[in-house]
Design a protein around this ligand. Structure first.
Ligand SMILES: *Cc1c(COP(=O)(O)O)cnc(C)c1O
Length: 377
């Protein structure tokens, strides 16, 4: 099976990890700062704080902006559940806004209609690796005095109007799960230009303790001043991240090349429509998503999906709109019809294999199978 996404590990990554295993520090050692500094520099942010997953990064961001019971946070429904779950961890209420039908990015006009006196923040998702409309979203955030947080788990290396993702919101969150741009096994990062936010994020990932052991010198004393978690990333994982991160420049070129080949192959097939690309962005292509045009194709998305899987093409669907999950229906009373654009898109989308290690011959096999299977009755 050719998967939709896959990590790429080489001997130097393995060496970086085994070097740490032979060292004095497996966690809370020097590799954390080194990874954070390299990451901050890479995305042009002042601060980066490493945590144990992309989900932990989102949770830490919601804690840091002070989300609490009674607060509302606007999120797109076309995303992974973690984007909304982080609000619920803090006792807040996710308010689902619809997406643009061409890009599946959060629609600023839909956001406007969801603002209430309880709205504290909005989380935008750079769906598939394409940066959202930061200009319009910043405008809304400023106008209403709310925070803009970016779930950038799809978009490491992307740019918006020449500015790097990671430097475009009050806080931006990243994931290092193996299907993402770089991996640490599990892992995450929050970037921010706010020194105060960075300080709170560091406390939150370490139980709410107000100093780190390196700062204590000859003293044992520390205070737990907030209720935090153990969301630390180990030195073993950070070493892998340090080794992986510089490779992403080259990997993005590979992703773009794969996307361009798909674009070319599907250009003459009216039943298959790639999502729209914006002109003012550099796309990071975490996903390559196409819509299957039901009025042209003679089979359902479900049948096409199953046939592709049976023929070794590991397609996937990103995502089931979050407001349709039973948890959200039960707890927050969401229902079909809340986000009609996301719901319609969900019926039509599939994600095709795209990752730096995908071989040309494999991609040609994916294309050949898609042309064959979508052409069947
Ligand atoms: C992967 C992902 C997350 C969660 O990241 P984990 O590291 O798996 O916890 C959150 N949001 C989006 C959009 C993601 O793709």
């Amino acid at each position: 099976m050719i998967p939709y996404g896959r990590h790429l590990i080489s001997d130097d990554d393995i060496r970086a990890v085994t070097d740490v295993l032979r060292s004095d520090w497996l966690t809370t050692g020097p590799k954390i700062k080194e990874f954070e500094n390299l990451f901050a520099e890479t995305v042009a942010a002042r601060f980066a704080v490493a945590v144990s997953s992309g989900t932990a990064a989102l949770h830490a961001a919601m804690f840091t902006i002070g989300i609490k019971p009674g607060d509302e946070v606007i999120v797109p429904s076309m995303t992974f559940a973690a984007t909304a779950n982080c609000i619920v961890y803090q006792g807040g209420k996710p308010v689902f806004a619809d997406v643009n039908p061409d890009t599946l990015l959060l629609d600023p006009a839909a956001v406007e209609t969801k603002i209430t006196s309880a709205t504290k923040a909005l989380i935008t998702v750079d769906y598939a690796g394409q940066p959202g409309n930061y200009e319009a979203l910043h405008h809304i955030a400023r106008e209403h005095g709310i925070f803009l947080v970016a779930d950038a788990c799809h978009s490491l290396g992307a740019e918006y109007n020449g500015h790097k993702v990671g430097s475009l919101a009050h806080m931006s969150t990243f994931s290092f799960h193996p299907v993402k741009h770089i991996t640490t096994g599990e892992g995450g990062m929050i970037t921010t230009d706010s020194e105060k936010a960075a300080h709170t994020l560091r406390k939150f990932r370490n139980h709410g303790i107000n100093n780190e052991h390196q700062q204590r010198g000859d003293s044992w004393y520390y205070e737990m001043v907030e209720l935090g978690y153990n969301y630390r990333l180990s030195d073993i994982q950070c070493a892998l991240g340090i080794s992986q991160l510089p490779k992403n420049t080259d990997w993005l070129l590979k992703r773009q090349k794969i996307a361009a080949r798909y674009d070319e192959a599907f250009d003459t097939l009216p039943g298959i429509s790639p999502l729209k690309r914006l002109v003012n962005v550099k796309h990071a292509y975490h996903l390559y998503v196409v819509r299957l045009n039901a009025s042209i194709l003679k089979q359902s998305r479900k049948i096409i999906f199953q046939k592709l899987r049976q023929n070794g093409i590991g397609v996937n669907v990103h995502y089931i709109p979050v407001h349709l999950h039973p948890f959200y229906r039960k707890k927050f009373g969401t229902s079909p019809g809340d986000c009609p654009v996301a719901e319609q898109a969900y019926e039509e989308i599939i994600s095709l294999p795209i990752f730096p290690g995908l071989q040309e011959i494999e991609q040609e096999e994916v294309i050949a199978q898609i042309i064959k299977i979508t052409g069947e009755d």
